[in-house]
Design a protein around this ligand. Structure first.
Ligand code: ATP
Length: 370
């Protein structure tokens, strides 16, 4: 049985005459000890979902359960859940030690010495033992975040909820904390729901990622499953950086056709596409192959293109490519190639779109056909 379960959870905010459906019929089961990362564009309902789990927001419809217990009407302080915010939310007038112990003193009948022992132990785990007598104003952002995490860990909760906890840190510290936090979560084995805007955080930290858009859950799965087998256009576009390329066109017979290219489907893809007519072809920039002269072996899926912009990124290049013909003003494909292969701007190149890397979506519904 799922440790934390959301069943048909909906949140409607009343705003004068208007109703805002912030979370729309979300169902997801989070396993004991699992690290679930919730991602999606701004305003899609991530924070509201987290706040309903925490009890900071009422649930309009549906049910949230922790183990066997229905949480809907359980008060925040009685849920065995600790939340870590982007803003740290430390008490400025209390020392780091008191910030960490305060919640325990209020909510448990543990003896002071036991609380002290726990704070000392967690502080050592977090590498902040030397900072315990300082107040938040005397700590760096990274140190404050450690205290905020420490405060959550000290409570030894069943669930951690984290809302962009690393987003106020600089890039280097953020990368360090990412690894540390992930190791810590694994070591503690506490079920975690983690909200972020950051692709790298989602891809590297998650056991599973849940993608939301417009209040609705789009897909839940391990990072690589979402990357390789997105179930719809939204997930395909949202996961992966730079984003997947999309070409709009139609199916004619067993080919994909636009005004400028024809791309033959394999039998498997043609079967999957069926008789859908308006379709979108998707291919990831890292799957677009720029061939050396004479290297092609799949002519029907090779195209002459012009490299319009080449962005050297160190170990790789991001190459913007256009099909010949009337220019659309935007590149038609983006490719990522190894940095060692030099491509000049305005160079003509042969581009291969390998059949095994192709995605096909139904234009009308956005659903993945293949
Ligand atoms: P972000 O990534 O920007 O934090 P989010 O995905 O966390 O966004 P939410 O904060 O959950 O999104 O908001 C979801 C929707 O609900 C938004 O349209 C938002 O404007 C609306 N909303 C959130 N809180 C309230 C509220 N208290 N009253 C009315 N509408 C609200």
């Amino acid at each position: 049985m799922a440790h934390l379960a959301l069943e048909h959870v909906t949140k409607v905010f009343e705003d004068g005459e208007d109703e805002i459906v912030a979370v729309d019929d979300v169902s997801v089961e989070i396993r004991d000890g699992e690290f679930l990362v919730l991602v999606g564009p701004s305003g899609c309902g991530k924070s509201t979902t987290l706040r309903m789990i925490a009890g900071l927001e009422t649930i309009t419809d549906g049910e949230i359960r922790l183990g066997e217990t229905v949480l809907n009407d359980v008060r925040t302080q009685d849920r065995d859940i600790a939340m870590v915010f982007q803003s740290y939310a430390l008490y400025p007038h209390l020392t780091a030690r008191r910030n960490m112990s305060f919640g325990l003193e209020e909510s448990t009948d543990l003896a002071d010495t036991d609380i002290d022992e726990r704070v000392t132990e967690v502080a050592s785990m977090m590498g902040i033992s030397d900072l315990l007598d300082r107040k938040p104003g005397q700590l760096s952002g990274g140190q404050q975040q450690r205290v905020a995490l420490g405060r959550a860990i000290v409570r030894d909760p069943e669930v951690f909820l984290m809302d962009e906890p690393l987003s106020n840190l600089d890039a280097k510290l953020r990368a360090e904390m990412r690894t540390e936090l992930q190791q810590l979560q694994e070591q503690l084995g506490v079920t975690t729901v983690y909200v972020t805007h950051d692709q790298t955080e989602a891809m590297t930290m998650a056991d599973r990622i849940a993608v939301m858009n417009d209040g609705r859950l789009q897909q839940v799965g391990p990072p690589l499953e979402l990357y390789h087998a997105p179930e719809n256009l939204f997930v395909a576009e949202f996961i992966g950086e730079p984003s997947m390329n999309f070409l709009s066109g139609r199916r004619e017979g067993s080919s994909f056709v636009t005004d400028r290219i024809e791309y033959p489907f394999t039998e498997t893809i043609a079967d999957a596409v069926g008789d859908a007519e308006d379709v979108i072809l998707g291919v990831r920039p890292e799957d677009v192959e720029i061939l050396a002269a004479g290297d092609g072996s799949d002519p029907a899926r090779e195209f002459e293109m012009t490299a319009t912009v080449v962005e050297p990124m160190g170990n790789e290049n991001v190459v913007h490519l256009e099909f010949p013909g009337e220019t659309t003003g935007t590149e038609d494909l983006v490719a990522i190639t190894e940095g060692l292969r030099e491509i000049e701007e305005n160079e003509s190149v042969t581009v291969h779109l390998p059949e095994e890397t192709i995605h096909v979506f139904d234009t009308a519904t956005g659903e993945a056909l293949h």
